[in-house]
Design a binder for this molecule. Structure first.
Ligand code: ADP
Ligand code: MG
Length: 595
């Protein structure tokens, strides 16, 4: 009997524009709003009805806010604080932004040239940069201003110079990783010169990093400029920026606190808003941050089900997956990857989950134990019942306790799942001690025993090997031994043989088969190869675009596939002695898919 599940048509994934993403980040939007308001006020300073910021009025000195027609009061020379604040903000902004632009220009140029040229050029440039970095930079800035003479322009140069190393180092690192890429080689082969390659191939790839570094350092540079002005090394009277306003009001800190508090608060708001905005810009421009791939994932995938299914199921087999839906969120919109997937698995059974790459097999497998990285993963519906209880509704600790204990995983590439710096025996022992309170010696003995179970010869000796000292097949056996460490009821094997050659694949599949028979394991075997399914699975579920399109007994499905996609997958298994006619037979089946 084969039963059909309706496949939903593929929903095109909506990509949100950078602007929408930035606005979705509330802090960044608030930062943008504040910063925008401040910039507009500063730009409009000449046309706003403000008194001249430099006109002194001794009788009216140190007026408190709202007194004598001065909204924010007056300073120690009787000058209008509001007017000075807006003009001063304009100066601070211009100096900070120009310093950032200068530092970015020269720093990026140094980084690009050093990273692209390597060799002696790189060494010389980087040692110069190191020399700059060897001094505490505010001291360096003070020294530069002392040498050039106090003044706003010199403060700007000083701040730009001390920030060059940040850009140079960042950009050099990115350039080095890009210069060895194939598209740069291709450009070189096409006869482009170094300068052309640097500006047309490398620079566009480095640009986002430059923008990110700029957006995250501009606030800092405004603060540094204010620091120099505060010390009297930046803006010289009568010109004032926020730092010099603060510096001049210092003497009246107790008699007229408003004169120093107001520019202080302004500096705080300005730098804060720029930093919030800068962080938002960085998140939008860095695709890994956008998807949350660099965040530490939650211990358990986020579960956000509109209608949770019943928490328990009577007389259920060991594993029931009921209408499971999993998607990936990019901030607000959730793109579905697994849609209403249902299947069951009982003791001693093997279910094959088959589908082409990207059809959602791994996401389904990881969802069972809440292992999909979150963010961005989110389980949006359905239930996963183990021994009749919905684990997605269980407490986090319960779910973590089931992992590797009741349900364990074997992954595709054992070289990436094994820790390269620990001996394999220790890694298996660690899997044992994660759930059982046994001593080190007992755990090691158990590890050796498990290695024997999975057919590794001289187990006691091989237990002391590092992963790179084993063959691919042996490493996969270690992966299986780790999965068996706590006598699980269910093993989820995600393409366990894809990285192996055919003979080793056969042996690993036989091993899984034997373990299933001897220990009554339930096996969920994920693959893209119908040959593997035919060899080991009692039942098969065919996945396409995140949904199961057909499932049933392997023999029935093989004999009479209902879905067109299943027919094509079956046709992809080459037959003995078929030779060159295989491609001729398979090609027409996929012709319509490519249109
Ligand atoms: P496979 O069947 O090859 O194992 P997967 O289950 O890994 O496929 O992936 C299913 C779908 O989920 C793919 O379309 C993939 O683009 C999407 N996907 C997987 N991981 C992520 C992620 N971290 N962020 C966004 N989309 C993802
Ligand atoms: Mg996969």
């Amino acid at each position: 009997m084969t039963d059909m599940t309706v496949s939903s048509p593929a929903v095109p994934r909506k990509r949100r524009s950078n602007w929408q993403l930035l606005m979705a980040n509330r802090l960044a939007a608030a930062g943008l709003f504040l910063f925008g308001t401040i910039v507009v006020l500063a730009v409009l300073a000449p046309v706003l009805p403000l008194p001249n910021p430099d006109i002194t009025d001794q009788p009216n000195r140190l007026l408190p806010p709202l007194a004598g027609g001065h909204l924010l009061g007056t300073d120690h020379l009787g000058r209008d604080i509001l007017s000075r604040l807006i003009w001063g903000t304009q100066v601070s902004l211009i100096v900070g932004i120009c310093a950032t632009a200068l530092a970015a220009l020269f720093g990026s140029l140094i980084g690009l040239v050093a990273g692209y040229a390597r060799g002696a050029t790189d060494s010389i440039l980087m040692r110069l940069v190191d020399m700059l970095m060897a001094f505490p930079y505010i001291l360096l800035a003070i020294a530069i201003v002392a040498a050039l003479g106090p003044g706003l322009l010199n403060a700007l140069y000083a701040i730009a110079i001390v920030n060059i190393p940040f850009f140079a180092r960042n950009i050099r690192g990115v350039t080095i990783s890009i210069r060895n890429r194939e598209f740069v080689d291709a450009a070189r082969l096409s006869g482009k010169g170094h300068v052309a390659i640097l500006f047309s191939e490398v620079l566009p790839n480095v640009l986002p990093v430059i923008v990110i570094t700029m957006s995250t350092t501009v606030g800092w540079m405004i603060l540094e400029t204010a620091g120099l002005s505060f010390l009297g090394l930046g803006a010289q009277p009568p010109t004032s920026d926020l730092g010099s306003m603060l510096g001049q009001a210092r003497a009246q800190l107790f008699t007229a606190p408003h004169a120093s508090i107001i520019p202080g608060v302004m500096i705080f708001i300005l730098v804060m808003s720029i930093n919030l905005l800068g962080d938002g810009v960085r998140d939008v421009l860095d695709p890994r941050l956008r998807s949350g791939a660099l965040n530490r994932p939650l211990a358990v995938t986020r579960v956000d089900r509109a209608a949770p299914p019943p928490a328990t199921m009577a007389n259920a087999p060991v594993l029931v997956v009921d209408n499971l839906c999993t998607g990936f969120s990019d901030g607000g919109h959730v793109a579905p990857a697994v849609r209403s997937v249902s299947f069951q698995l009982d003791r001693g059974q093997c279910l094959g989950l088959i589908g082409e790459s990207g059809s959602g097999k791994s996401v389904t497998a990881l969802s069972l134990m809440g292992l999909v990285a979150s963010p961005p993963g989110v389980i949006t519906g359905g239930g996963v019942y183990i021994d009749g209880a919905d684990v997605l509704a269980a407490r986090e600790q319960t779910l973590i306790g089931l992992r590797g204990n009741k349900v364990s995983y074997v992954f595709q590439d054992p070289l990436t799942t094994l820790h390269p710096l620990y001996r394999v025996g220790e890694q298996i022992a660690e899997a044992v001690t994660a759930h059982a309170a046994v001593g080190r010696r007992a755990a090691m003995a158990r590890a050796v025993e498990l290695m024997e179970t999975v057919g590794i010869r001289d187990a006691a000796e091989r237990a002391r090997a590092y992963p790179h000292e084993l063959s691919g097949g042996q490493r996969q056996r270690i992966g299986i031994a780790m999965a068996l460490a706590n006598d699980p009821d269910i093993i989820v094997a995600d393409e366990p043989t894809t990285a192996l050659d055919v003979t080793v694949q056969k042996r690993i599949l036989d091993l899984l088969q034997d373990l299933r028979r001897d220990r009554g394991l339930a096996l969920l075997l994920i693959t893209h190869d119908f040959g593997v399914v035919a060899q080991v699975c009692d039942r098969v579920a065919v996945m396409k675009d995140g949904a199961i399109v057909e499932q049933g007994d392997t023999r029935d499905v093989l004999r009479a596939p209902r879905h067109d996609y299943t027919k094509r997958l079956i046709a992809c298994v080459p037959e003995m002695g078929e030779g060159a006619t295989f491609l001729d037979r398979v090609r027409p089946l996929f012709a319509e898919g490519r249109a």
